[in-house]
Write a protein that binds this ligand. Structure first.
Ligand SMILES: [Zn+2]
Length: 127
């Protein structure tokens, strides 16, 4: 996942890719102080691992948003069709349950992503 830090010099937010999921693992991988070159002002910073933080993924937000939107639209389309054709209450009920699928997928994706962020951000390495 990606972790971020704000450059102490120019306050620009930098990002870096890491394979680890927690700050403790991040510290084990990089040491407690990590040298990092700011991509904006090019200053060499020595940063505490605790200064790095995770953020919710834009990609997950976009993907789950699309699933939510498309799924809901498709579901609504079928509901409209059924209402139009006067099908049974049971039929509407089935489609309405189908509508819950994109809603749950959206919920699960968002929840997993915020769990990931929380796991990283809530563990601190003792200095
Ligand atoms: Zn900088």
């Amino acid at each position: 996942m990606k972790v971020y830090y704000k450059c102490p010099n120019c306050k620009e937010e930098n990002q870096l890719k890491t394979s680890v999921g927690t700050r403790v693992e991040f510290a084990m991988e990089n040491g407690k102080n990590k040298k990092y070159n700011c991509g904006n002002c090019n200053q060499n910073n020595i940063l505490l691992v605790n200064n790095f933080y995770a953020k919710e993924s834009k990609l997950v937000s976009i993907i789950s948003g699309i699933i939510f939107l498309v799924g809901t639209l498709i579901g609504l389309y079928f509901v409209m069709q059924m209402v139009y054709k006067m099908v049974t209450v049971m039929g509407v009920f089935i489609v309405a349950s189908g509508l819950m699928i994109p809603v749950s997928v959206y919920g699960i994706l968002k929840k997993e992503d915020s769990n990931r962020v929380r796991t990283f951000n809530q563990t601190y390495v003792s200095e």
